[in-house]
Design a protein around this ligand. Structure first.
Ligand code: N7H
Length: 605
């Protein structure tokens, strides 16, 4: 007997509460319609043109410190002496920021031999001292030359999983790490992060190239270089020594910044790495010798919380274990550092040898560029706006990196290239110009300031940069400075060949994999990376109602993954379903990046 199959009722997300006369009209966008496919190549080719225009004649000052940048009566910031600077890994602070990077994931074999390998690699690990000294020398040389100096560096960093710490030190040491997410690992947290729960989905953890339940890495080595040949040589040496020490190579990923005008952009075509928090702290007790250069004059009250316009200053304990943390009630002041465990009664937080280390989140995220742009083209034509404008509203910045808050009508490459202007905006109030310290050759920020956007008509609540950094808006957590506790240091880099900028991509190019090796550092995974992902990006109602983050937001209800955005238009809000996905998790891991002394001294001992 034939049973009548119940037709599945299409329901809109419950959270949207779409009842009554003001019900939002859902807009269905066919992604693979012939019209959007035809326009796709045109948009793609266009995208290669959006290069930020660096202001001419200005040379970013060498980071030698500016005594005048010191703020009278401000709480003194910690000084990182040579020993501390030599102990902190350089990709955490100040960050490698190199064009070519290679990520190597290992599984431990014989522990005695692995320890010998760790003692071998420890002197290769690049410290904050080394990287910062190089950056300072590079900038000083650029100032003298008036051009990019022809110098190259190659750097190595290392990080360990909870299992590695258990095997190399002991179970008690691994258990002393207070961060539950780190102890459980990324694979165990995957569903909690909204990753696909259906085993047939390409983003399901069992399909990951690394970091799934059956291929979790113990050790992650990050190698970075200016010169690709240096990178290859260094990676080769590390792999040879590892193989000889019985470490199993699980996976490796070569990453490169995109070529030509796309330098610094991610695969959808948008400039990345524009907004980063500034880390408080000094390199010496000398006046103005700050880790993060300060550009705002102390006569402007914002110098107390911003390093340069829009760059919030955070106490280093947000990124380094054992350092003064951000005060939850006060934007300028520090809160006492978390104590190592024991001594009681301090909460158990990390073993004493882990001080100055940092948690590292690695997510290998595949990007489906055609799916993203076909969706953007389809939705934009249904709304009657240009595709680039629509896509920029999904991100919150134009392809060049210019913030839509400051230039809502069109992209502005000059604004994107001006590092004192491109991050200077808030959402709830009109932005006022900052009073800057003198910068040779810089005439000041003459771009139109951002108007207030409390209703999120310019930069929608769902926009990726508004979700992940709500700036001055009150959130579900409370006051804006609670959001400061969630900030992360992002160190991602793309992998794979670009599609954007290519006029007629071949089938082969279209079929190749590309994406972002997302890396971030923080002093907790749970309260920073996971919080941003779960509580804000994945939620259509937090920090404010408006839909899911269309870039990284995920939703998984027993395998159903439809998301939505509430798109502001002149005629009211349109509800747009995001039926397909363009950022798919394909691997990664939760690691701990230890202080350098502990690599040979504890883990390799
Ligand atoms: Fe995002 N994108 O191309 O749209 N991101 N991101 N991100 N992201 C940012 O300000 C992108 C990812 C953050 O302070 C920009 O540097 C893509 C994860 C944060 O204003 C662009 C992927 C997380 C910020 C992108 C991806 C974050 C930020 C603007 C994945 C973790 C700073 C450029 C493939 C929570 C917000 C910039 C601020 C900015 C994109 C991943 C977080 C263009 C494609 C997993 C905190």
């Amino acid at each position: 007997m034939k049973t009548k199959r119940k037709k599945k009722r299409k329901t809109l997300p419950k959270e949207a509460a779409m009842k009554g006369p003001n019900a939002l009209q859902p807009l269905e966008i066919p992604i693979h319609s012939p019209a959007s496919t035809a326009k796709f190549s045109g948009v793609l080719a266009e995208l290669g043109k959006f290069e930020p225009k660096l202001p001419k004649g200005i040379l970013i000052p060498a980071l030698t410190g500016d005594p005048g940048a010191e703020i009278p009566d401000a709480e003194p910031e910690p000084v990182y002496d040579l020993r501390a600077r030599s102990n902190i890994q350089g990709n955490t602070i100040p960050g490698f920021n190199k064009d070519h990077q290679h990520f190597v994931f290992f599984r431990l074999g014989n522990i005695r031999r692995a320890k010998a390998w760790l003692r071998w690699i420890a002197p290769l690990i690049s410290s904050m001292e080394e990287v910062l000294a190089w950056v300072r020398a590079f900038r000083a040389m650029r100032l003298r030359l008036g051009a990019e100096p022809p110098t190259c560096a190659a750097w190595v960093n290392i990080a360990f999983s909870r299992r590695a710490i258990e095997l190399l030190v002991d179970k008690a040491a691994a258990a002393a790490f207070g961060d539950q997410s780190f102890r459980q690992g990324l694979a165990a947290r995957s569903t909690y992060l909204g990753d696909p729960s259906k085993a047939t989905h390409p983003g399901h953890r069992r399909k990951w190239v690394v970091g799934g339940p059956r291929n979790e890495a113990d050790v992650l080595v990050i190698v970075a270089a200016d010169d690709p040949e240096d990178l290859v040589t260094l990676v080769h040496t590390i792999k040879l020594r590892a193989a000889a020490s019985n470490l199993r190579l699980l996976f490796e990923q070569r990453c490169d910044t995109l070529p030509g005008p796309l330098h610094g952009h991610e695969h959808f075509g948008f400039k990345d790495g524009v907004s980063q928090p500034g880390v408080r702290g000094k390199i010496s007790a000398a006046r103005g010798d700050f880790i993060t250069p300060r550009y705002i004059d102390h006569t402007d009250a914002r110098a107390r919380i911003f390093a340069k316009p829009g760059q919030l200053l955070l106490w280093p304990g947000q990124f380094l274990l054992g350092e003064p943390r951000q005060h939850p009630e006060h934007p300028y002041n520090s809160a006492p550092a978390a104590a190592p465990s024991p001594p009681a009664p301090a909460p158990r937080n990390y073993p004493a040898w882990a001080a100055l280390g940092s948690y590292l989140v690695c997510r290998r995220l595949r990007q489906d560029v055609p799916a993203f742009w076909k969706f953007a083209i389809g939705a934009a034509s249904a709304l009657g706006i240009p595709a680039q404008k629509f896509a920029s509203m999904l991100v919150g910045r134009w392809p060049s990196g210019a913030p839509i808050m400051r230039t809502p009508g069109a992209d502005n490459a000059a604004l994107a290239g001006d590092e004192w202007a491109n991050n200077h905006f808030i959402f709830n109030d009109a932005t006022r110009p900052s009073v800057l310290r003198p910068i040779a050759g810089y005439a000041g920020d003459a771009f139109p300031q951002a108007a207030q956007d409390m209703l999120a008509n310019v930069c929608p609540h769902f926009a990726h940069i508004r979700k992940t950094n709500p700036r001055d808006i009150a959130t579900d957590l409370g006051k804006p400075h609670d959001s400061m506790l969630r900030m992360i240091l992002r160190r991602g880099i793309p992998f794979g060949m670009p599609l954007v900028g290519v006029k007629k991509p071949s089938k082969k190019l279209l079929s190749q994999e590309r994406g972002l090796m997302f890396i971030c550092y923080g002093s907790t995974i749970e309260e920073q990376f996971e919080f941003l992902t779960r509580r804000w990006a994945n939620s259509p109602i937090q920090p404010n109602f408006g839909g899911h983050d269309p870039i990284i937001g995920q939703r998984d209800r027993r395998g159903a993954r439809t998301r939505f955005i509430a798109f502001p238009t002149a005629a009211g809000t349109r509800l747009i379903r995001l039926k397909s996905e363009w950022v798919i998790p394909t691997g990664g891991g939760y690691f701990f990046s230890p202080p350098i002394e502990a690599i040979a001294g504890v883990l390799g001992a």
